[in-house]
Design a protein around this ligand. Structure first.
Ligand code: C5P
Length: 408
C-alpha cells in the first residue's frame, strides 16, 4: 500500500496561474488512493473554477469561511480535524507571507492555522515569478515557514507564464505526489545514507557492440525511491537503463562493471547501507577493439576471450566499513532454480547479512516481483506485488535490521 492510500488530504489552492496544474494534481492524488477535499481562495477561483475541482475531487469545494453548509459554521475546524495532511498547491508568495504571520482572514489560511500541528503536516508547493521567488522577503518567509514546521517544496525552473524564464514554476503534479508520499511515509531511514546499484552493465566488444543482460533497473530504482521516501539520503549508481532519475536521488550513470565497481567502492565510504540490485556482468571481453570489428565474406567469426569482472558486492562486504559494522550490505540473487538454496549459499559466499532472492525470468523487465529474504535467522517471503510496493516493504525490513547491526 503506498503511503497516500486511504489518506484524507486537504488540497488548498491560492491564486496563481499554476492553479491549472492543481486539477491534474487532484486527479493523481485520488488515483493514489487519497480522499481529497479542495479548498480555494477567492483569487484561486479567478484562475480555475470550483466546478472543475469539484468534478475531479467528487466533493463540494469550500471557498469561504462564511460557508453556511457547515452546521456549526466552523469549516476551518471541520475540514482539518479529520485531515492527515494539508497541501497548498499553488502556494503564492502572498499566501506564504500571510501564513508566516499566522494571519487567517480567509478560509485556507484560517484552516492552515487551525489544523492540529502535530498530526496534520502542512506541505506548500510554491509558484511565482522568478523575481518574486528570489526576493529577500520570499527567501526569508520560506526559511521561517520551514522552521515553523511546514514542508516547503522546491520549485521548478523554466519558462514562466509571464514570458520570463527562471526558478519559480510550481513542481509538476507527479513530483508533488512523490513529495506528499515522502511526508506521509514513516521516516525509518532518517539520517541514513543509502547507496543502491541498479540496472545491467554494458561490456563493450568494440565501439558499437557490447554484451549486456535483460535487467531493466526497475527494482533498484524503486528501492532508491522508497529509501528516499523513508528519509534517507540516496545515491544510485546505475548501468544503462531507460528510466528517469528518481526524485530526490543523486544518480551516477556508468556503463561497464569496472566503472560501476569504481563508483561503488568510492561511494561505499560515505554510506551506511549498500543495496546491490545491479545485474553486473560476470565477464568482460579481454581485448576491446578500438575500431568496429569488420565482417568480410567468408571470414571466421571473431574469437572473443573473456576475463572475470570484479565482484562488487563481495568487495564492499570485505571492506573495512562493512567489516566494522558501519555499512549494512544487501545482495540480490536472481535464479532460475533452487532459489532458497542458492540465496542461502550466496549470502554466505558474499559475506552479507541479507540476501534477497528472486526468480530471474519472472522479474527482468516486469513491474511485479516476489522476494525471498534470507538472513542469519532464516528466510521469509514478500509475496507477489508491484516493485514499488516490494521496495517499500524491503526498505522497512532493512530499516528494522539496522540498529542491532550497527551495535555489533
Ligand atoms: O553472483 P551473483 O551475480 O548471482 O550475485 C548477485 C549479487 O551480487 C547481486 O547483488 C549483484 O548486484 C552482485 N554482484 C556484484 N558484482 C558482480 C556480480 C554480482 O556486485 N560482479
Amino acid at each position: 500500500m503506498n503511503a497516500i492510500w486511504g489518506k484524507k488530504i486537504v488540497l488548498g489552492l491560492s491564486g496563481g496561474i499554476a492553479c491549472y496544474k492543481a486539477a491534474e494534481l487532484c486527479r493523481l492524488l485520488i488515483k493514489a488512493g487519497a480522499q481529497v477535499q479542495v479548498v480555494m481562495t477567492e483569487s484561486a477561483a479567478q484562475f480555475i473554477t470550483p466546478v472543475t475541482m469539484q468534478a475531479l475531487s467528487n466533493k463540494e469545494v469550500f471557498t469561504s469561511q462564511w460557508d453556511a453548509r457547515a452546521s456549526n459554521n466552523m469549516a476551518h475546524i471541520n475540514l482539518t480535524r479529520e485531515a492527515d495532511l494539508v497541501l497548498v498547491a499553488p502556494a503564492s508568495a502572498d499566501f506564504m507571507a500571510k501564513l508566516l504571520h499566522g494571519q487567517a482572514d480567509e478560509l485556507l489560511s484560517l484552516l492552515c492555522l487551525a489544523r492540529p500541528i502535530a498530526s496534520c503536516p502542512l506541505v506548500l508547493a510554491p509558484a511565482m515569478n522568478r523575481e518574486m521567488w528570489q526576493h529577500p522577503a520570499t527567501v526569508r518567509n520560506v526559511a521561517q515557514l520551514s522552521r515553523d514546521g511546514a514542508h516547503v517544496l522546491g520549485v521548478g525552473a523554466g519558462d514562466q507564464a509571464c514570458g520570463e524564464s527562471g526558478d519559480g514554476r510550481m513542481l509538476e503534479p507527479e513530483e508533488i505526489v512523490q513529495e506528499v508520499a515522502r511526508v506521509l511515509t514513516p521516516p525509518t531511514l532518517l539520517g541514513r545514507r543509502v547507496l543502491v546499484s541498479a540496472g545491467p552493465t554494458w561490456e563493450a566488444i568494440d565501439p558499437v557492440r557490447a554484451i549486456t543482460n535483460r535487467s531493466s533497473g526497475k527494482m533498484g530504482y524503486a528501492l532508491a525511491s522508497a529509501a528516499w521516501r523513508a528519509g534517507a539520503q540516496v545515491t544510485l549508481v546505475s548501468g544503462p537503463v531507460a528510466l528517469p532519475a528518481p526524485r530526490g536521488v543523486s544518480r551516477i550513470l556508468v556503463e561497464s562493471a569496472k566503472q560501476m565497481h569504481e563508483a561503488i567502492m568510492a561511494g561505499a565510504q560515505q554510506h551506511d547501507v549498500f543495496i546491490a540490485t545491479a545485474a553486473v556482468a560476470d565477464w568482460r571481453v579481454k581485448d576491446f577493439s578500438a575500431h568496429k570489428i569488420k565482417k568480410t565474406p567468408g571470414s571466421a567469426a571473431p574469437q572473443l576471450e573473456f576475463i572475470q569482472n570484479p565482484d562488487i558486492l563481495a568487495s564492499v562486504a570485505l571492506g573495512e566499513r562493512a567489516q566494522a559494522h558501519a555499512l549494512y550490505c544487501v545482495g540480490f540473487a536472481a535464479e532460475t532454480q533452487d532459489l532458497a538454496r542458492y540465496a542461502h549459499e550466496k549470502r554466505l559466499a558474499k559475506g552479507v547479512p541479507l540476501m534477497v532472492g528472486n526468480w530471474g525470468p519472472a522479474t527482468f523487465g516486469l513491474d511485479d516481483n516476489e522476494l525471498l529474504l534470507v538472513d542469519e535467522h532464516g528466510s521469509s517471503t514478500l509475496p507477489k506485488a508491484s516493485k514499488d510496493e516490494l521496495a517499500q516493504q524491503l526498505v522497512a525490513e532493512i530499516a528494522q535490521r539496522l540498529p542491532s547491526f550497527f551495535q555489533l
